[in-house]
Design a protein. Sequence first.
Length: 363
Amino acid sequence: MKQSIAAKLAQLSRRLEEINRTLSSEDVTSNLDNYRRLTRESAEIAPVVELYREYEKSEGDLKAAEEMAADPQMREFAETEKTEIRARLDELESELQKQLLPRDPNDERNIILEIRAGTGGEESALFAGELFRMYCRYAERNRWQVEIMSQNESDLGGFREIIAKVIGRGAYSKLKFESGTHRVQRVPVTETQGRVHTSACTVAVLPEVDEVSDVVLNPADLKIDTFRSSGAGGQHINKTESAIRITHLPTGIVAECQDGRSQHKNKASAMSVLAARIKDKQVREQNSKIAAERKLMVGSGDRSERIRTYNFPQGRVTDHRINLTLYKIAQIMDGDIDDVTGALAAEHQAEQLAQLAEEMQPA
């Protein structure tokens, strides 16, 4: 193992011990923001340190096997052991190199999931509803919690727009490549002549931000309006101005929530969505500068970019960024999307490894 990698791993091991000492102190929860940051950092470092300790143990085993080989009676056994241990060391070193790739600091966060109907009218709204169900089923498989923050239903039971929070460790890491335009090809229920139509929805996956530290919102920059809910919710919600719309004046970004009966709860939800959208805008502006120099294989994640087609007559789903086609549309629409998300993550990692190899080349 290269000395620079070993030094980095030793540093991470010391850092984990330091975090664990802090987290075991009695007053650790007095600063909740710091507590959340430390638990998130611990979750990121712990798997790497565990691998490193296994690597160190294997190094010790190899040394013991080499000493054993000095005994003529044990030489044959020791040589077999040495071969197996060296192969394991190679595997561990490769895995550690992957673990040391630059991490997305948002990977362990909850997400704000936004789905909007696009071209295709009612058929698009119906598909938006099916996409939302797909992600809900995927959340169930991962034991995540889904909370609807805002919804605008269509006449036939779909969604013109739906915004939800997905709560669960690693939600962003698994769903961050879902942002973009999702296209559906099928015969709509409203089609009388059996013709296949093409419709589209846009999906946005935003990491939930820590309200205090991640985005600073100046109250003077916020315009807050209250209004009556236009959707379902019973007599109470329609008679009171509990719905909230917040406009961030410097950027023009707007967030509204009208799903709850409490004005206070709606305001908190709208602020959460607003902060996530502002943070997302900042990140996309930064990434666009980087992408101008180097385009990620999995695409830019731009909401206008067509990323996937769901072709119902042919029973296939195609992700255009990595040329992946799967003939299991029923399972995918039921939330079985690990084959897609895993392939996207693997392609992203391959691009990172290629970049790392380039950087390590001698000048």
